[in-house]
Design a protein around this ligand. Structure first.
Ligand SMILES: [Zn+2]
Ligand SMILES: [Zn+2]
Length: 257
């Protein structure tokens, strides 16, 4: 059985606190077989993960968390970032056209970036994007207290059930995962297509200390510190180089959503 965490944010998301390499190493350390780095409207982190992952004995898939007009959407197995701010149907069309698939992240909550039932039912009936939407997060660790509607509705939806960390801090990477037959990214894709995934939820209450922990790291990021892999191959918080900080800032600029 493979273990996947398909919703993780790197420094290329304005609200995350860890480098791509820290995520890949942590994922390997906790026994994940496949990961997707899904930065806000940004594919770069996931592409870097695809390069790094084999060195750590795992696989990564190109991905992003795309802001659509109707809420957030996870795009997986993409080649380029779909247009940001388009309708859910047009975003799915763009993902499907490049051979990708989509997962509903934290759907049906009252959060502003959460997709609503009307939007999802409408695209499920839309033949133009048939089969592109493949999964639903029944367990999103970061919206743990708000997942009940997704869990109930998932029984009636033709979608694979997913548990994701939506990690913005290092300890959350792989704290919850999706089980699938096989171990490779291709096996995962097949499992998503055949609804053979099993969500393995986080066993504890994420709040409120999860938020306190994130605030601490987020504060450190403001001063140029992030969780990275040290030269000693240990994961630790360190000051990033000015050059690296500049390149991150450039990528994140205008993507703050
Ligand atoms: Zn989101
Ligand atoms: Zn997210």
């Amino acid at each position: 059985m493979g273990k996947a965490d398909l919703h993780i944010h790197s420094l290329y998301s304005y609200d995350s606190t860890m480098t791509v390499e820290a995520i890949v190493k942590k994922a390997a350390d906790v026994g994940l077989s496949v990961i997707a780095i899904t930065d806000h409207d940004q594919i770069r982190g996931s592409l870097e993960a695809c390069e790094l992952a084999p060195r750590y004995g795992i696989e990564a898939v190109p991905a992003a968390e795309v802001t659509t007009q109707e809420g957030h959407l996870l795009a997986l197995f993409i080649r380029e970032l779909p247009p940001v701010g388009a309708s859910l149907a047009d975003t799915l069309f763009s993902i499907g056209r490049q051979g990708g698939i989509a997962i509903l992240p934290h759907p049906f909550t009252s959060l502003p970036n959460s997709l609503r039932q009307e939007s999802v039912f409408s695209v499920l009936a839309n033949t133009r994007v048939k089969g592109v939407l493949r999964g639903i997060e029944t367990h999103n660790m970061s919206t743990q207290a708000r997942n009940q509607t997704a869990q109930k509705l998932s029984i009636y939806l033709p979608l694979a059930r997913i548990a994701s960390s939506d990690a913005h801090v290092i300890w959350a990477v792989g704290a919850t995962w999706t089980k699938f037959p096989g171990s490779t990214a291709q096996d995962l894709r097949q499992a998503l297509d055949s609804n053979l995934t099993v969500p393995v939820p986080y066993g504890q209450n994420f709040l409120p200390w999860g938020i306190v922990s994130w605030l601490r790291y987020f504060f450190l990021r403001k001063f140029g510190y992030a969780v990275d892999v040290q030269a000693s191959r240990q994961i630790d918080t360190q000051r990033l180089s000015d050059e690296y900080l500049r390149s991150i800032r450039e990528q994140v600029r205008s993507k703050k959503r």
